[in-house]
Every structure is written in structure tokens, then in C-alpha cells.
Design a protein around this ligand. Structure first.
Ligand SMILES: NC(=O)c1ccc[n+]([C@@H]2O[C@H](COP(=O)([O-])OP(=O)(O)OC[C@H]3O[C@@H](n4cnc5c(N)ncnc54)[C@H](OP(=O)(O)O)[C@@H]3O)[C@@H](O)[C@H]2O)c1
Length: 315
């Protein structure tokens, strides 16, 4: 059984989910079905991954009942704003074929539209379309503003975290305020850099050096000691820190491997050795304090009207 974390609204969220960034079409459906069939209880996607329809299909094809799958998606940045958010949530329901969402996140804070976006999510959560709501890549000041404006603190914050990047400021705030932290790129994305050249023009950071935590000598040594792989050791470190994880793999053996985290325990000394590595502070994605993007109306005004999905929703 995969452990669950009780969120501040009482909903139970599995601490392990299957990440789907970069998985598309039939491959995505196949891997989602596989992950659910072997015991993953949760799936993590986002509107910007352009795979919600394939994920929905994978859930349907799996042996799991809908109520035994915890489904998370995130609003695409361009749809921020009260009315666009209401429509965007409907679009996720249409594309996936699901009749409710377990967790819906604001993907990035951006500059000044996350408050109306949050207000729309609070409303949809109250109306039952979404069971829990949260944020991603938010700093304390963003979460504080959400809570002040609506009286509702995000239930989850999903941020980049791995042994080369521990976001202590965010971790402390979330622990003090009952916000469940989920680590994205928990395996440091295998050391890949991730930078969208189109967004650099908006003031985002340039190409960032990366590192693969699964090749780190400290982690490899600890892994050897437990008869586990470096990936399992890293994922176990997250879980023992009290974080959720959403590792992604396109390979069935690795998908299975990434689930086998609950039959061993790292010692305090091993946890400390891995924590030492976080001094490197290698960020492989963007930073929520500086990342900026254009909104739907701005895109349309600039003559860059987005494409639509086959249901007529903007992508
Ligand atoms: N909220 C956000 O802003 C945000 C941003 C990024 C990601 N995410 C979410 O977080 C999920 C995970 O992050 P991620 O996909 O960037 O990276 P990740 O899960 O840290 O790492 C995935 C990479 O590691 C490899 N890998 C996976 N398991 C392995 C194993 N056991 N041994 C060796 N290599 C292994 C994968 O290769 P193979 O596929 O070849 O196995 C892939 O290249 C995403 O899929 C997405 O759902 C959220």
C-alpha cells in the first residue's frame, strides 16, 4: 500500500504519483495504464503537457476504479484570471472524460493574476468539481496573498526539489501552514536542462547547468548499502522528509522500480549526508519569483491566438 497524506481539508492524497511530463499520445496512455495497474495510486499531469486526453484514456483502460485514482492537473499559465480559469477547469474535465478532479494547481504564480485564478478555484472546490486545490512554484508571499484574499490556504504546493535543490524557505513556510509539499523533478529530471527559449524573451532565466542526482557518488554509495538503486534512494529521501513525489519514466522497469520505496529506511546519518548535497542549489527549471508569461487575451491581441483541441477549447 502506498501511504497517504491527509490534506488540510481532510482529503487523502497518496505520497507517490506518476509524473507524465513529456509523455504523449498512445505512449502516455500505455504508461499511465501500466503505472495504475501495478499500483501507482495517483497521476500528475498539467494542461501544458498536452496529454490530458491520453491520461484520461489511460485511467479508463486501467484496472482501477475512478475513486481509486488520485488525478492532479494544473492550469496552463495563459488561462489565469477568474473567468478563463472556470473555463480551463471545464476543459480538463472534457479532455480527460472525468467528472471531477482530485487536485487542481495553479502551475506558476506569474505576476498579478494568481489571485483571481485562486478565487475561481476556491469556488470550483466549494462546488465539488475539484476535491482539493493548490499551487505550484509558489513562494511564501504568493501563498500568504492567496490565504489573505480568500481565507483559503493552498492545500498543496508542488515545487522543484531534489538532493541538489532544497527550497528551505518554502519548506519551512509550508510546514508551518499545513501545506503539503510535493517534489517535482524529484530525480533532477535525470540531469536534463529544461529551458523554453520562447520564454527567455519575457525575462526568464537562461540555460541553467544541471546535474544528475542518480549519478552522485554519495547517493550511489548509500544505494549500494541498502541494495537499492540510486533512484529509489533519492525518492525514499523525499518521502522520509515528508514530501510527496511524482517521478516520471517512460520505461516499465523503471516505473516499477520507482514504486518500491516503502520496504527500507534511510538512517539519520544517510539523510544528513544527502542533505549536505542540497548546498549545491542547482535549479533545473524556472524560478516562481521571476518566471513570466503572456495571458490568453495578450496572446490574442498579439496575433498569436492559440490552437484549439478537438473539443474547441483553447490549448
Ligand atoms: N509543477 C511543475 O512546474 C512541474 C515541472 C516539472 C515536472 N513536473 C512534474 O514532475 C514530474 C517528474 O519530473 P520530471 O519528469 O521533470 O523528472 P524526474 O521524474 O525527476 O526524472 C525523469 C527522468 O529520469 C529518468 N528516470 C526515471 N526513473 C528512473 C530510474 N529509476 N532510473 C534511472 N532513470 C530514471 C527518466 O528517464 P526514462 O523516462 O527514460 O525512464 C527521465 O529522464 C513530471 O513528469 C511532471 O508530472 C511538474
Amino acid at each position: 500500500m502506498i501511504p497517504v497524506k491527509k490534506l488540510s481539508n481532510g482529503v487523502e492524497m497518496p505520497v507517490l504519483g506518476f509524473g507524465t511530463w513529456k509523455l504523449k499520445d498512445e505512449k502516455c496512455t500505455e504508461m499511465v495504464k501500466y503505472a495504475l495497474d501495478i499500483g501507482y495510486p495517483a497521476i500528475d499531469t498539467a494542461q501544458v503537457y498536452l496529454n490530458e486526453e491520453a491520461v484520461g484514456e489511460g485511467i479508463r483502460q486501467s484496472s482501477r476504479k475512478r475513486e481509486d485514482v488520485f488525478f492532479t492537473s494544473k492550469i496552463r499559465n495563459r488561462f489565469q484570471g477568474y473567468d478563463h480559469t472556470l473555463q480551463a477547469v471545464e476543459a480538463t474535465l472534457t479532455r480527460t472524460g472525468l467528472d471531477y478532479i482530485d487536485l487542481f494547481l495553479i502551475h506558476w504564480p506569474g505576476e498579478n493574476m494568481y489571485v483571481p485564478t485562486w478565487k475561481a478555484l476556491v469556488r470550483m472546490c466549494e462546488e465539488g468539481m475539484i476535491r482539493s486545490i493548490g499551487v505550484s512554484n509558489f513562494y511564501p508571499e504568493h501563498m500568504e496573498t492567496c490565504a489573505q484574499e480568500t481565507g483559503v490556504m493552498p492545500m498543496v504546493n508542488q515545487i522543484e526539489m531534489h538532493p541538489y535543490l532544497m527550497q528551505y524557505e518554502v519548506v519551512d513556510y509550508c510546514r508551518q501552514n499545513g501545506v503539503f509539499l510535493v517534489s517535482w523533478s524529484p530525480l533532477s529530471a535525470g540531469g536534463q536542462t529544461r529551458q523554453d527559449p520562447k520564454t527567455s524573451a519575457l525575462g526568464n532565466t537562461g540555460k541553467i547547468p544541471s546535474g544528475n542526482v542518480m549519478e552522485d557518488p554519495v547517493i550511489c554509495e548509500i544505494a549500494k548499502h541498502h541494495g537499492k538503486t540510486p533512484a529509489q534512494t533519492v525518492l525514499r529521501w523525499h518521502v522520509q522528509n515528508g514530501f510527496g513525489v511524482v517521478p516520471k519514466s517512460s520505461n516499465p522497469d523503471r516505473i516499477r522500480q520507482n514504486m518500491e520505496l516503502f520496504d527500507f529506511e534511510l538512517t539519520l546519518d544517510e539523510m544528513d549526508q544527502i542533505r549536505e548535497l542540497t548546498k549545491k542549489q542547482i535549479r533545473i527549471g524556472d524560478d516562481g519569483r521571476t518566471y513570466r508569461f503572456l495571458l490568453l487575451d495578450e496572446l490574442i491581441a498579439a496575433g498569436k491566438e492559440p490552437k484549439r483541441d478537438r473539443f474547441g477549447n483553447y490549448l
